[in-house]
Every structure is written in structure tokens, then in C-alpha cells.
Design a protein around this ligand. Structure first.
Ligand code: ADP
Ligand code: MG
Length: 236
């Protein structure tokens, strides 16, 4: 059985792309057939952080009906299958987000896990990824506006019949944070399933076009991503 996760947040910049690339890479490392797909068609950067931004065919062409999804799949870290979106505005203009469900149906039997990197906001292109997921994972940072935006995303997901798996609390820095895990769980009404520390290695890894779990495996963020992947894969 394939499981489809959508990584969403409401607010931009909370770490959705970081979670998608690192969780996806780790699940592939643990031998799950994993696909990660960049549904942030406007501000695509999943390909960018994995060094796959210049590929000839991207999700843009697939969503425009000009290419087959299998021509937009590229091998990433530990063998994760990456479906990047393109960087051009031209490509974005022609991409139809409503095709996402058809695209998903074409690959879903080939994988154990499909992770969709969702755009910020609650526009139409953001709702489709929420609607096609088996489970939505919210990514929040310990900041009140991020929590309120995630709450909206949660309500929207439930309004359209979707299910929330839990929240990932990213960029945790215990000394500075104004909100605790318990406060966040209470406010959001969902469980925090992972806490990823603030870790400069995350940005450093992206700058060298690799996920932190590959580039700096013993860093704090990598340990947290490894634990999350093991939990999701059901590995003790
Ligand atoms: P989103 O996809 O939600 O817009 P990104 O994953 O692109 O967010 O992350 C936004 C920025 O924050 C990036 O520069 C990324 O490297 C950085 N970042 C994400 N998570 C962490 C972390 N745990 N520690 C330090 N920097 C992080
Ligand atoms: Mg992103």
C-alpha cells in the first residue's frame, strides 16, 4: 500500500522543502520506494536544493500536458525519485495544478511513499495537494504567526475531508523559543511528531545542493530527520 504525504504549512519559509528532501532521502535510505514531488510550482526549489534545477523536463511540462511524468523523474540522494518543478515563469504559467491527481495516479503504484512539497498559502494550487494526500504533515516554527497559518491549513484540510498526521516543529532553539511543544500542540490541536533543531548545517547542505542527512549525517538536524523517517517507516 502506498502512502501519500503532503508537507504543508500555510506560512512560507517554515521548512517544507527541507522536510521533503530530507525525509524523502532518509526513507529511500531505509529501502522504501520513495518519490518526492515539488507541487510548489510557482516558487519551485526542491530541485534547486538537490542540484536538479536544470533538468530538461519538469513537473511544469507534465502539468501542462506536454510531457509524461516518467520523463520528469530524476534520481536523488540514496535513490529517492525526485520530480522537480521548473524555475521559469513561462513554465509556471502553463502548468495546471488540477492535473496533479492524474499525475499522482500514474506513479502511485510504483512507490511505497509519495511526498508532496506543497506551496505556502491557501490558493487553489495549494488546495489540490491537501486534497490528494492520505495524510497531511504540517511544518511549523516556534512562532505564533506560523502556528496560526498552520491552524488555517489544518482546518482547510479537514474541511475538504483530509486527514492530518501531525506537525513537525522545525528550527527549535530551546533558549530562544517563545512557545513550547505543549503550547503548540494545544493551540494546533495536533501532535508534534518531530522536533528539528535550528542547525546551520541545513543551509550549508542546501548551498552545496544536498540534503543535510547526506552531507552532515551526524548533525542535530540529521539525527532528528533520521528518527522521523524511522518512525514513519515503522523501524524500531
Ligand atoms: P519552505 O519550503 O517552507 O519555504 P525551506 O525548506 O525552503 O522552507 O526553508 C527555508 C529556509 O530555512 C532555507 O534557507 C532553509 O535552509 C532554512 N532552514 C530550514 N530548516 C532549518 C533548520 N532546521 N535549521 C536551519 N535552517 C533551516
Ligand atoms: Mg519550499
Amino acid at each position: 500500500m502506498t502512502i501519500v504525504f503532503t508537507i504543508a504549512s500555510g506560512k512560507g519559509g517554515t521548512g517544507k522543502t527541507t522536510v521533503t528532501s530530507n525525509l524523502g532521502s532518509m526513507l529511500a535510505y531505509y529501502k522504501k520506494r520513495t518519490y518526492i514531488l515539488d507541487a510548489d510550482v510557482g516558487m519551485a526549489n526542491l530541485g534547486l536544493v538537490l542540484g536538479l534545477e536544470k533538468m530538461p523536463v519538469s513537473l511544469h511540462e507534465v502539468l501542462a500536458g506536454k510531457a509524461d511524468v516518467h520523463d520528469a523523474i530524476y534520481e536523488g540522494p540514496f535513490g529517492v525519485n525526485v520530480i522537480p518543478s521548473g524555475l521559469s515563469l513561462e513554465g509556471f504559467k502553463d502548468a495546471n495544478p488540477d492535473r496533479l491527481r492524474d499525475v499522482m495516479n500514474e506513479i502511485v503504484d510504483e512507490c511505497d511513499v509519495l511526498i508532496i512539497d506543497a506551496p505556502a498559502g491557501i490558493n487553489h494550487d495549494g488546495i489540490v495537494p491537501l486534497a490528494v494526500a492520505d495524510e497531511v504533515i504540517l511544518v511549523v516554527i516556534p512562532d505564533i504567526s506560523s502556528i496560526l497559518d498552520a491552524l488555517k491549513t489544518k482546518m482547510l484540510t479537514e474541511m475538504i475531508g483530509g486527514k492530518i498526521r501531525g506537525a513537525i516543529l522545525n528550527r527549535v532553539n530551546s533558549e530562544d523559543d517563545d512557545m513550547t511543544k505543549e503550547q503548540i500542540e494545544k493551540m494546533l490541536g495536533v501532535k508534534v511528531i518531530a522536533m528539528i533543531p535550528e542547525d546551520a548545517n541545513v543551509r550549508r547542505a542546501s548551498a552545496s545542493r544536498a540534503p543535510v542527512v547526506l552531507k552532515y549525517p551526524s548533525s542535530g538536524a540529521s539525527k532528528a530527520f533520521r528518527k522521523l523517517a524511522r518512525d514513519i517507516a515503522g523501524i524500531k
